[in-house]
Ligand binder design. Structure first.
Ligand code: SAM
Length: 288
């Protein structure tokens, strides 16, 4: 009898999720990581990097909408946006949905992730790759922010892997210091900060680091089904202390003007505002 084939996530040594595999689509050892893309029976196509679930067709909308629309609608006038990581193109696609964005620069260290995402996960990025406002660079995010000019960006979105391996540099003082330098006066950074029920250190340690370079540091949450362990946190670091508490009606008006209102599956103006109200088990990991 044919045995079902399963893929087990190996993020945690003693707990994790598994997917029933319909068929494997790609398996590549790049210069940076082990890349696997497979068809699951439950979540559509799935990308895994070094054994950690990165994105699934089934629930990518949750994460991409919250990582993108929250900072851009809070800012209200972001023209130049820097995206670090996000090799699947999902964040780039949603940044470009904002008509006020004139330039979206995406810096992904692993060209193989981009190549394989284009081939096997084309729906994630859609036509973002060829958008004239998009600039896609294969390179290390830490090098890019080191070389970028002062005040070049209004928002930086860091959609990286966890702080192990190539992603580690994106959680350092040097990275955040340069982010602060290359952001404009109302600029902000949002970054993937793990699932605090299992990865509280990631939130706690990066919040302390980010607080050294930004006056307003907090986090907001999203319930991403395949980032197991409850709420996923997105780190928030801003120069302007009003951005994380923009009134819901202002957010709604900006989303309507951008043509985003009613076009999302997870983000809404109420979810946007509510996401900053953190449960105590998460809030206690933020600096006072
Ligand atoms: N949504 C996922 C999560 O929350 O874990 C992340 C998805 S995305 C595929 C993560 C990307 O970050 C990967 O493609 C990886 O190659 C990229 N990355 C890791 N370290 C990087 C670095 N130093 N510079 C640029 N990109 C990096």
């Amino acid at each position: 009898m044919a045995t079902d084939s399963w893929i087990n996530e190996t993020l945690y040594p003693d707990w994790g999720q598994r997917f029933l595999v319909k068929r494997e689509l790609a398996r590549v050892q790049s210069d940076f990581q082990d890349i696997a893309i497979f068809e699951s029976t439950s979540h559509g196509r799935v990308m895994v990097l070094d054994g950690v679930i990165q994105i699934t067709e089934g629930d990518e909308f949750v994460y991409q909408e919250m990582l993108t629309h929250v900072p851009l609608l809070a800012h209200g006038a972001a023209a130049n946006v820097l995206i670090i990581g996000a090799g699947d193109g999902g964040v780039l696609r949603r940044v470009l949905q904002h008509p006020g964005v004139q330039r979206a620069v995406m810096v992904e260290i692993d060209g193989e992730v981009i190549r394989l995402a284009k081939e096997f996960l084309p729906g994630i990025a859609g036509d973002a790759w060829t958008n004239p406002r998009a600039e896609v660079i294969v390179g290390d995010g830490i090098d890019y922010v080191k070389r970028a000019p002062d005040a070049a960006f209004d928002a930086i979105i860091v959609d990286s892997t966890d702080p192990i391996g190539v992603g580690e540099v994106l959680f350092t003082d040097a990275f955040y210091e340069n982010c602060a330098r290359i952001l404009t006066a109302r600029g902000l950074v949002v970054n993937q900060c793990g699932v605090p029920f299992m990865q509280a250190d990631e939130l706690r340690e990066t919040s302390v680091r980010r607080r050294r370079f930004f006056p307003h540091v907090t986090a907001y949450v999203a319930a991403v089904p395949t980032y197991v362990g409850g709420f996923m946190t997105l780190g928030w670091s801003a120069k302007d202390g009003t951005l994380h508490s923009v009134p819901v009606e202002t957010i709604r008006a900006r989303a309507a003007a951008a043509g985003i209102l009613g076009q999302t599956q997870y983000w809404t103006p109420e979810i946007h505002v509510g996401a900053f109200n953190l449960p105590p088990y998460i809030a206690r990991h933020l600096p006072g």
